[in-house]
Design a protein around this ligand. Structure first.
Ligand SMILES: [Zn+2]
Length: 68
């Protein structure tokens, strides 16, 4: 009865390979633009509710410019 107790074979595979890439916050996939009749799929990186076309951009006010 030769029983080499070689049970400690080193359990590899327990550690997931985590590169330098951090788990960035992404948003639920499958969302669509909230604009009526648009239905454009939003990117998981898009934190808004609208596609890039209907995204309510805040237009920079250029009024009040001093002319003189
Ligand atoms: Zn849209």
């Amino acid at each position: 009865m030769e029983e080499h107790s070689t049970r400690s074979t080193g359990s590899i595979g327990g550690t997931a390979f985590v590169g330098p890439t951090r788990p960035s916050a992404v948003f639920p996939a499958g969302r669509v633009c909230q604009e009526k009749g648009c239905g454009t799929r939003l990117s998981i990186y898009n934190d808004g509710d609208y596609c890039y076309l209907h995204e309510p951009l805040v237009a920079p006010r250029v009024r009040g410019k001093k002319i003189a």
